[in-house]
Design a protein around this ligand. Sequence first.
Ligand SMILES: Cc1cc2nc3c(=O)[nH]c(=O)nc-3n(C[C@H](O)[C@H](O)[C@H](O)COP(=O)(O)OP(=O)(O)OC[C@H]3O[C@@H](n4cnc5c(N)ncnc54)[C@H](O)[C@@H]3O)c2cc1C
Length: 500
Amino acid sequence: MKVSIIGAGFGGLSAAALMAKKGYDVTVFEKNDQIGGRARVHRDKGFQFDMGPSWYLMPDVFADFYKKLDTKPEEHFELKRLDPSYRIHFGADKVLDVRANVEDNYELFDGLEENGGEKLRSYLKEAESKYNTAMDGLIYKDFRSVSDFFNLKLLKSGIKLDIFKNLDKLVTDHFESDEARKILEYSIGFLGGSPKITPAIYQLMSYVDFIKGVWFPIGGIRIVADSIRDIAEENGAEFKLNHEVEKIFVNGGKADALKTNKGHYPTDIVIVNGDYPYTELNLLEEKYRTYDQRYWDKKQFAPSAFVAYVGIDKQIDELLHHTLYLDRDWAKNFDEIFESEEPHWPRTPSYYVNVPSKTDPGLAPEGCETLFILVPLAPGLDDTEEDREKFYNQIMSDLEKKVGENIRDHVITKRIFAVDDFRNDYNAYKGTALSLVHTLKQTAMWRPRHHSKKVDNLYYTGQYTHPGIGVPMTLISSQIVADKVDEKFDGGLKYGDIET
Ligand SMILES: Cc1cc2nc3c(=O)[nH]c(=O)nc-3n(C[C@H](O)[C@H](O)[C@H](O)COP(=O)(O)OP(=O)(O)OC[C@H]3O[C@@H](n4cnc5c(N)ncnc54)[C@H](O)[C@@H]3O)c2cc1C
């Protein structure tokens, strides 16, 4: 059976590999000239930048995904655990390194507040229990209804999961110091939320961070995307780049063809990885949409981002592979992103600097460094060349002050990516970098469905769907979809039937 996949982000790539492995005839249509989606690569003058994801987290989820394809991550790339995991600056006055060995972090927390180490130990125990419950019962499941979610077993553990409490309340109940609180809350940025609107179940992110660890694939995140494409191709999938899908044709309740800018392609099954709202509102006739404009208008979108990809002709000792600069008053930052009636460019933003060439010198010419500077912005923000340049200089002035040396005079290559690029390059609604925030009302069965309500053979994978944002989550979303499709159509082989 012919499966057409719209988009070659991690969601589309993983769906392609899984469906091809199951024996389906897979074609992937991607509007851009390379695979990866938000995880594309930018290369210039000997520098290589991963344009999106830079943290390889939850290595167990990656291992599990490759296992479904009868292989292992280490057969495709070398993974390195980072130590320190990352460095955090608090305002201008305090700097801490979070280490790979959790015992070192207990000591670090002892220095932050009385009994800090013991408190962290017990906090991580709770986080572990949430992680295990989520992995066993929540994350890999396709929820279809509220009763499905609140079955007795989950309801019981749901009380333990703190679904109805917000993360900020949970953390402030446990810890007193500003630094401890921020270390335990910053990781919520990976889900595009703020601690006050994120359910406390996401305490599990601290278990991911402190215990599962922060890793880096040598060659960059790009190598992970390439390996999944290779597996898909080895199993017969075809990738059509520069093919933008313009319409999904529906006949008798079934999608039977796609129109792209290059031609017309008949199909038996469609899996959409492109941004959900764009696809529903632009590629489908109104009567075939599961969600209308009013639905999307009511949703809370995750931030957009300002990202500067900067190659410099020197190395900066003060920066680690991952360095976070957190403003002391970060509540104001979150308000600027999530609450402001009139979105504006942030005045005193928190930001993140990634220097992957620290771990993999092959990503920059000798003696040089790749800098990736990321600042969250309100979705839908006005974005002009002038705004971007002004903001670049604002952030660079701050960074130069913090590292104590000039950077701007050493720039060999520079590219800025912001709201309008997300909109134009990925068809991102309001230029969101990350889809829908993980509030309670946008989690599990409250995320957009994997299976269209109106079109029998139309499916959705990727960050808009459960379990949500982040590369590991998109790999899981595709496993849910691949199994759903196979359950219904049974047109291919099961994973277990395939000999390698
Ligand atoms: C700056 C940034 C930093 C991030 N950092 C991390 C991190 O450190 N760790 C982590 O795990 N996650 C991170 N994320 C999140 C992660 O990158 C995403 O959650 C994930 O990559 C989303 O994958 P996806 O397949 O759902 O969507 P996408 O990557 O957006 O893929 C969708 C694809 O569909 C294509 N498409 C859209 N419309 C059409 C059409 N009509 N026809 C054909 N093709 C179409 C798009 O071009 C795109 O290639 C980050 C994201 C960003 C933007």
